[in-house]
Design a protein around this ligand. Structure first.
Ligand code: CA
Length: 229
């Protein structure tokens, strides 16, 4: 789970610390917000890979945070696990309707929580949960930065590697050039959108070096997607 960031929004300090300790042991990068306002700020400041969100929070409720996360395009797809002291079925349904991906009723074991975090990551962003990701005939190893397609080793530059790493997390989804720029180069760097085309071209060429087929789809005036059967 190296490099996977988890934000815990929880006002019970002892619980937040316990979760942080256990998630750190699993190599997640953990940050904590102790009320709703701080939670939203931290999410906007540095978009986490997963949010663990308490239902009852000072200032802004968990439900409201959930709604706001889902309403912003940059944060819409973040997996959210809601924590609650309530156990009524109606609340559970309300939480899921507001956009939470999973739900845990207090008290729960940290082991259970970690299992749920890994499960939502696998389900929603298959590429994120592990050091190696295999989608179709493409396999990437985030630790050694190696890429294989079928039995062939593919050599990529660092930018092409990051592009592929981003695309492979959401197979089939179309990303605009601007979205790819933000994800791969970062939003604070000035890079021309045309640069994305250049690196996509290189990635495409490298992936199809052994004539296994071009897995990158160009969507006219929209962007690019990685399509793998
Ligand atoms: Ca609370």
């Amino acid at each position: 789970m190296a490099g996977t960031s988890v934000l815990i929004v929880e006002d019970e300090e002892a619980l937040a610390t316990l979760l942080e300790y256990n998630l750190n042991k699993e190599n997640f990068d953990v940050s904590i917000a102790s009320d709703g306002e701080e939670g939203l700020l931290k999410i906007k400041e540095n978009i986490p890979d997963v949010v663990i969100l308490d239902w009852m929070l000072p200032k802004i409720s968990g439900i409201e945070i959930c709604r706001q996360i889902r309403s912003m395009s940059e944060t819409r797809n973040i997996p959210i696990i809601m924590l609650t002291a309530r156990s009524e079925e109606a609340d559970r349904i309300r939480g899921l309707e507001t956009g939470a991906d999973d739900y845990l009723t207090k008290p729960f074991s940290t082991k259970e929580l970690i299992a749920r975090v890994k499960a939502v990551l696998r389900r929603i962003r298959p590429g994120l949960a592990d050091d190696t990701v295999t989608v179709g005939d493409i396999e990437i190893d985030r630790v050694s930065h190696r890429v294989q397609r079928g039995d062939e080793e593919i050599h990529l530059g660092p930018t092409e590697f990051r592009l592929l790493d981003h695309l492979i997390q959401h197979p089939g989804r179309v990303f605009s050039r601007e979205q790819l720029l933000n994800a791969v180069w970062g939003s604070d760097v000035f890079v021309e959108v045309r640069t994305v085309d250049v690196h996509i071209g290189r990635l495409r060429k490298a992936l199809n070096k052994f004539k296994q087929g071009d897995p990158i789809r160009t969507v006219r005036s929209a962007g690019y997607a990685l399509d793998i059967k």
